[in-house]
Every structure is written in C-alpha cells, then in structure tokens.
Design a protein around this ligand. Sequence first.
Ligand code: DHB
Ligand code: FE
Length: 286
Amino acid sequence: MARIIGGIASTHVPAIGKAIAERKHNDPYWKPFFKGFDFVRYWLAREKPDIAVVFYNDHGLNFFLDKLPTFAVGAAGEYRSEDEGWGIPVSRSVPGDPALSWHVIEALVADEFDITMCQEMLIDHAVTIPMTLMWPGQTWPVKIVPVAINTVQHPLPSLARCFKLGRSIGRALASYEQDLRVLIVGTGGLSHQLDGARAGFINKEFDTFCLDKIAGEPETIARYSVHDFVERAGAQGVEFLNWMAMRGALTGRVTEVHRNYHIPISNTAAATLVLENDARPASLAA
Ligand code: DHB
Ligand code: FE
C-alpha cells in the first residue's frame, strides 16, 4: 500500500530561482532563507519519497482569468514548465504518474469534489521553485501529481474546503495498492501582498499563529473566512490554501520536525515547514 510519509510547505517566490542561478546561497540577504532547507534535504535523503502530490496555485502560465478552475488535478505523463517572464531559468520537465492521478481523480469525484482533470498541464514557479529547493542540482527523484487550487480569482474555495480536499486525497492515497512513499507538498505564502495600497504587507504575528497551529490544530485556521484571511495575511497570503490542503492530506499523527521563517524574501514572509505523518495505529506507534 502507498504510505504518506509527511508534508513539506514552502514559499515559492520566483526571485529564489534567480538567486539559485546566481549562486547567492551565502549572500547575507539569502543565507537565512537557504539555511532553512538544509534539514529539508537531509530529511528527503532519509525518507526517499517516490511521489510528491503538490498543492499549488497557477499564476497565469496554465490557467488565466478567462478560465480558472477551483481545483485542477494533473493526469499527465510529464509536466513541462515555460518561460513566465520572471527572468529565471526554465526548469526541466517533471514526470507524472497517470495511474495514480486517475486513482486520485476517481476518489475526489466519488467524494463529490467537482474537479477539472488535466491530461496536459504546464507547471509554473509555484511547483518548480520548491522542487529546486528540495532537490537542488539533481534529477528530481520523484514523480508528481500536481493539484492546482484557485487562490487568484474570487470567489476562492474556503480554507475548510481545501482542508477537506486534502483529506479526500489523503484517503485516496492511503488506499492505493502500490508500495509507494508519498510526500505531500503545499507551496506559497506566508503573508504577502504584491499590489494595491497594501503592497509589501507582511504580518509576522498571524504567520506565527498559522505555523503554530497547522500541525496540531488545523481546524483553528480552517475557521477563518477567505476575506478574514486576506485581511490578516494579504491578498497573496491566501496561497496558504495550498498549505491547508497539504495538511488535510496527512491523515495520521502529525508532528512538526522542522520550521524556518524569514522576512522578507522579495515581498514575502518566507516559511518552510516539515511535518511527519505517522500512519501506524496508536498501539504500534508508541
Ligand atoms: C512573489 C511572491 C509570490 O507568491 C509570487 O507568486 C510571485 C512573487 C514575491 O514576493 O516577489
Ligand atoms: Fe505566488
């Protein structure tokens, strides 16, 4: 059976791609951020996932305001990236796992999630930047199932709905027959706002609240409405919907094993989190 080993949440700011290309890892501005990935790389080398289910938001590369699905699940054999205009290197393609994607899609529709299924799907910086941070300079050792959540055009799905989407996917993964080690990834956030009167807005207090609650008390965060969340975290801070879905997919006992928080990276409060998921019955887990 497939096993969900844990979750990683990561900021996906495009400027990180430029800093990597220019080898700025030890630059004083970047060091506190990149240092936060030392443990992530160690943990991944130890845990060796085969698959990553990646919750992210598309920024106009694949979907635009003319057609924007609330939830879209990739079912492609390969996911390409393209030049988005940020001036960062276009990353390599990522292999997919169509059989697992269709299993997830079947389960979601059976659970009454009316998703969009994509046999072709481009992936943007919200997938490729976290992948590059997790496995720098190597061929990515995982196949992916990308799940795009609309965090861009209102009305957005609620935090509670994204948590339930994650739950449904977690159940589907746990019932998959192949012996796969599955990592769940949520990208974006934490607080940031890129435009309007509040451009540059960051809220450390609220970010800390979200980081403190997501492992053990995610329901506390799920109670916020999208509008209240935007007020506290900024218009793009609502990318946290991807984190909620990631947390929902961790269906066992969840423990935080690593956290890094650094202000600012570009316009964003940059956060990295590693959660372990123990799926064994309580009697065996002790
Ligand atoms: C930035 C943050 C994002 O989430 C994004 O998608 C693009 C840019 C930024 O802070 O620069
Ligand atoms: Fe973003």
